[in-house]
Write a new protein. Sequence first.
Length: 352
Amino acid sequence: MIHTIKLTAVLLLLTVSKLAFAAVILQYHHVSNDTPESTSISPLQFEAHMQYLADNDFTVVSLSELMNTIMKQQPLKDKMVAITFDDAYLDILTQGKPILDKFNYPFTIFINPNIVERNPNGYLSWQQLKDMADDGVIIANHGLEHDSLARIVHNSTDKNWRDKLTDDLLSSEKIIEEKTGQSWRYFAYPYGEFTPEIQSWLMENNFIAFSQQSGAVSLATDLTNVPRFPASKPYDKIASLRDKLYSLPFMLSLDSQNAQTIYPQNTLKSVSFNIVIDDFHKSQLNCYVSGLGKQKVEWQSDKSFTINFSQPLSTGRIRCNCTAPSISQPGRYYWYSKPWFILTEDSQWYPL
């Protein structure tokens, strides 16, 4: 993987105690009773989420404060939380912001400038976004359109996809700065789809990128693949939220072959991980794969394990979630998620 050497060097400098301190980034879309359930949380349940944070002494910080802490390798306080929204939906302002303001919680919105420019019903206008930016809301980059950049890379020449990526993200960043006065160089992958090649481009161009797979954040987090916990339906129950908020960063490293994300159907049959944190009993490590359920973990050594999938992976967005209870912090779980984007047998993309 492009960051394996860098990650290993960082981890050698970090103690287990530092890695044990965790922050969590929550991802939302709509705050509404009238929008698609798969991207929505009701205003009542959203307020319950915010109340849980307040009642249980979580510190809600801006995304910039959290990222600056990691970039400067400063001590990370435990139980830090950042709140993010993808897409510039109007109900973030009308339903979500009043609740967030009640608790004085900062938040970030990742937007698509071309969609905002068309001003469709149900979306925030540039004036509303500017007013929110002036009120301290971070407005960040989700691409010009809501297009998967991984699909640009697939089957494109090196120059073509790099030119497209450069035009898309830099143009989007420029527009956001012109319209809101902000330029954070934070980017959220549309549909959570990315490749190691895109990660390299983002690192070269000083972007921090945020994914859609689960996991806590630590000082060793790869800043081209920062995990966020989806917190809308069907993951909006308080019990689910609690497990996420108390999760710990499960640091696993991948070689270049295992770091790949795009595969034609029936070609990805196993994955291997190298562990960095061993604050858990190996017998209690559990890994689950979309559509397959719990998978058998085969330890190759004290520091690496392999999953041989019990069945072929289905076409679509697939995730492997691995968790293990912490020995040093009873009641808390290490949590890691790895995404794959499985094409059809003839290497065509699945519908979005």
